[in-house]
Write a protein that binds this ligand. Structure first.
Ligand code: PRP
Ligand code: URA
Length: 214
């Protein structure tokens, strides 16, 4: 497989992330713990993905004296979960940016073709002016994420960042080749896809593990 543009890929491999990922992957992890870990990982990853948020100077007064401090310069942010599994990451990002709007893209993978099938799409007002964080725990073939990116580009969005927890080389390449500007954040790039387009070693079906549907 040919290489991809690594300058647009950030692997968030902080020790806390690796520790939580190890528990997340374990087949013995309960639905409750899995859900909580997805939220915690979204917080840690979101912190990195928002590292370049613009700041503005504000004059404040501490109990001792006046000073110039810095606050986020009113950047508009939208979180775009890919249903279902992406919903599991929304609360984590909202912990960081409580005022963010949330749009939804509903898609599932056809079990035979592995192609994404869209069933819902709703974005917040003025989505084109917002920094959009697409969230989905799994990046496998890349079909779901590239479709979500395409919907946002068609809506005029310029700043798109995709946050996944577990990816594979095939999916990373598909996404970075599909869109020349998207920035991709993931906690790990696993070995490969299997014949059913599941990530190896992966963690299984993220949606089923978040919602306890299997
Ligand atoms: C999973 C996952 C991604 C997609 C990744 O969702 O959450 O959306 O598969 O695969 P891809 O990169 O090959 O498109 P799934 O289709 O299982 O739906 P769910 O979230 O409703 O379980
Ligand atoms: N979707 C998942 O939930 N897991 C995979 O490994 C691939 C796609």
């Amino acid at each position: 497989m040919s290489a991809y543009d690594e300058s647009r890929l950030t692997v968030v491999d902080h020790p806390l992330v690796q520790h939580k990922l190890a528990i997340l992957r374990d087949k013995g992890t309960s639905t409750k713990d899995f859900r909580e870990l997805v939220t915690e990982l979204a917080v840690l990853e979101g912190y990195e993905a928002l590292r370049d948020l613009p700041l503005e100077e504000v004059e404040i007064e501490t109990p001792l004296e006046k000073m110039t401090a810095h606050k986020i310069a009113g950047k508009k942010i939208a979180i775009i979960p890919i249903l279902r599994a992406g919903l599991g990451m929304v609360d984590g990002i909202l912990t960081l940016v409580p005022s963010a709007r949330v749009g939804h893209v509903g898609m599932y993978r056809d079990e035979e073709t592995h192609e994404p099938v869209q069933y819902y799409c709703k974005f917040p007002p003025a989505v084109e002016d917002r920094t959009c964080l697409i969230v989905d725990p799994m990046l496998a073939t890349g079909g779901s994420l590239t479709a979500a990116i395409q919907f946002l580009r068609e809506a005029g969005v310029k700043d798109i960042r995709a946050l996944t927890l577990v990816s594979c080389p095939e999916g990373v390449k598909a996404v970075l080749d599909f869109d020349p500007d998207v920035r991709l954040y993931t906690c790990v790039v696993d070995r490969q896809l299997n014949e059913n387009a599941y990530i190896l070693p992966g963690l299984g079906d993220a949606g089923d593990r978040i919602y306890g549907t299997k």
